[in-house]
Design a protein around this ligand. Structure first.
Ligand SMILES: Cc1cc2nc3c(=O)[nH]c(=O)nc-3n(C[C@H](O)[C@H](O)[C@H](O)COP(=O)(O)OP(=O)(O)OC[C@H]3O[C@@H](n4cnc5c(N)ncnc54)[C@H](O)[C@@H]3O)c2cc1C
Length: 387
C-alpha cells in the first residue's frame, strides 16, 4: 500500500484494539491527521485471538476504575459504532480451592465493593448455582460480579476500523514501522516499509511486539511477550452464563452465544515471539484435564479448533501508558498482559490526551514508563493476571 500522505499529527504503530481505540479518541478530539500502521491484517494480533472477557474484579483500585469505565463503553458500543459486539453482562465467577486463594478473592471483593460494584462472596452451593454440573468438592467458594461479561472481539475491531476511517484516520495494513526518526532529542517521524513519515508523536501500540518496537527506537523496556493458548469446543446446548476462572491454574472459559466453550489456562512457554503462534498437544491435554476435573460431564466434548497469541507482560502486571521520558514524542500504550481488550476503551482515552499534551488522571507511579527506569520502588502491582 502507498501511504496517502507523508506528514501526520501522530502515527500509531499497531492496529489492534489499543491502536484503533486510541485513533478513535484522537479523531474525536479533532487531533488532525492520524496514521495507524499494522504490518499484519486486521485482528492478526492478540485482538483477534482472545477470550473476549471483560471484568472489573481486580487487585488494584486504578484497574477496577479503568475496567468499569470500559464496561460502560462496551455497553454503548452498538449505539456509538453501529456494530453489535454481543456484549453480554452475564458475570465472572472466580473459584478458590484453598483458604489462601479464597482470602485473596475476598480482598478483591472488598476492593471492588468499596468502588460501589456489587461483588458477591459465594460458598460452594452459591458457586454451584452458577456452574451446573460442577464436580463435588471442586471448590471451597468464590466471588461473582454480574456486571462483568464477555464480548465478541471481531465486530469490535471491525466497528472501530470503520469508525476511524470514516473519521478521516488513515489505516495502512501490511505496512511495518521499522524505526523512529529523532531530531533535536525528540521524535520527528517514523520509518516504515512504505517510506518515511514525519510526525511529532509515535504511539507504540504493538501488543506482544511492543518491546521489539521500543528497541527499534533505542529504548530498552521490560515488556516480555508470552505465548498463551486457547481453544473452542464443539457447540453445546447453552448451560453456562458467566466466564469461569479458577485461581489455582488460571483455567478460564465461557460459553459463547453459538454454544462453544472458549477458554484456556496458564501454561508456561519460553518468552519472546520468535516461535510464532502455534498450538500444542501439551495444551490440549492440560486444558482437557483441567476442564474435566471441574466439569466431569465435558469428558466427551470435541475440540473444534485451538490457536494462540501473545500477552505483552510487564514486571508489575500493569500496562505502560504515557510518554517515555528518554524520548519525548514516544508514547507507550502497551504492556496489557492478557487483559488489553477489557481495558482499551478507558486507557486509550487517556493515551489520546497524552498525545495531545493534555493532563490525565493516570498515576505515573502506576502507569508511566518511568516507573521501570529509576531506583524508585513501584507502588502497586496487579497480580490477578487470570482469565
Ligand atoms: C489467548 C489470549 C486470550 C486473551 N483473553 C483476553 C480476554 O479474555 N480479555 C481481554 O481483555 N484480553 C484478553 N487477551 C489480551 C488481549 O487480547 C490483548 O491485551 C489486546 O488484544 C492487545 O491489543 P493490542 O492492540 O495492544 O495488540 P494486538 O492486538 O496484538 O495488536 C498489535 C498489532 O501490532 C502490529 N505490529 C507489531 N509490530 C509492528 C510494527 N513494527 N509495525 C507495524 N505493526 C506492528 C501487529 O501486527 C498487531 O496487529 C487475551 C490474549 C490472548 C493471546
Amino acid at each position: 500500500m502507498t501511504l496517502p500522505r507523508r506528514d501526520y499529527r501522530a502515527v500509531i504503530v499497531g492496529g489492534g484494539v489499543v491502536g484503533l481505540y486510541t485513533a478513535h479518541h484522537l479523531a474525536r478530539a479533532g487531533a488532525g491527521p492520524v496514521l495507524v500502521v499494522d504490518r499484519g491484517y486486521l485482528s492478526s494480533g492478540a485482538s483477534g485471538r482472545n477470550g473476549g472477557g471483560v471484568r472489573q474484579q481486580w487487585e488494584t483500585r486504578a484497574t477496577v476504575r479503568l475496567a468499569r469505565e470500559a464496561v460502560e463503553a462496551y455497553r454503548r458500543f452498538g449505539r456509538d459504532f453501529g456494530f453489535n459486539i454481543w456484549f453480554r453482562q452475564s458475570g465472572y465467577l472466580f473459584l478458590a480451592e484453598t483458604p489462601a486463594e479464597l482470602g485473596r478473592l475476598r480482598a478483591v471483593h472488598d476492593l471492588v465493593r468499596s468502588e460501589g460494584l456489587p461483588s458477591e462472596i459465594l460458598d460452594p452451593d452459591g458457586v454451584a448455582a452458577h456452574l451446573d454440573g460442577i464436580a463435588p468438592n471442586a471448590t471451597i467458594g468464590g466471588t461473582y460480579l454480574g456486571s462483568d461479561g464477555t464480548l465478541f472481539p471481531f465486530p469490535a475491531i471491525w466497528g472501530l476500523y470503520e469508525a476511524v476511517r470514516s473519521a478521516g484516520v488513515d489505516v495502512a495494513l501490511g505496512v511495518e514501522a521499522v524505526g523512529v526518526d529523532v531530531a533535536n532529542g525528540r521524535v520527528a517521524g517514523v520509518r516504515t516499509s512504505d517510506g518515511p513519515v514525519a510526525a511529532p508523536v509515535v504511539v507504540n501500540a504493538a501488543g506482544g511486539w511492543s518491546g521489539d518496537f521500543s528497541r527499534r527506537a533505542g529504548l530498552e523496556v521490560p515488556n516480555v511477550a508470552t505465548r498463551h493458548e486457547i481453544l473452542a469446543t464443539e457447540p453445546l446446548k447453552p448451560f453456562l452464563d458467566p466466564m469461569v476462572v479458577r485461581v489455582s491454574d488460571g483455567l478460564y472459559f465461557s460459553q459463547t452465544m453459538r454454544g462453544e466453550l472458549v477458554g484456556g489456562l496458564t501454561l508456561p512457554h519460553p518468552p519472546g515471539t520468535s516461535a510464532g503462534m502455534p498450538s500444542s498437544p501439551r495444551f490440549l491435554g492440560a486444558m482437557a484435564s483441567a476442564l474435566v476435573r471441574l466439569l466431569p460431564r465435558l469428558a466427551s466434548v470435541g475440540v473444534l479448533r485451538a490457536w494462540s497469541g501473545f500477552y505483552d507482560d510487564t514486571p508489575d502486571g500493569l500496562p505502560v501508558l504515557g510518554e517515555d521520558p528518554r524520548l519525548p514524542g514516544f508514547v507507550h500504550a502497551n504492556g496489557f498482559g492478557g487483559h488489553g481488550f477489557m481495558l482499551a476503551p478507558a486507557t486509550s482515552r487517556r493515551v489520546a490526551r497524552v498525545v495531545l499534551g493534555e493532563p490525565t488522571d493516570l498515576d505515573p507511579a502506576e502507569f508511566s514508563p518511568a516507573r521501570f527506569l529509576g531506583p524508585t520502588p513501584r507502588v502497586a502491582a496487579e497480580r490477578l493476571q487470570l482469565g
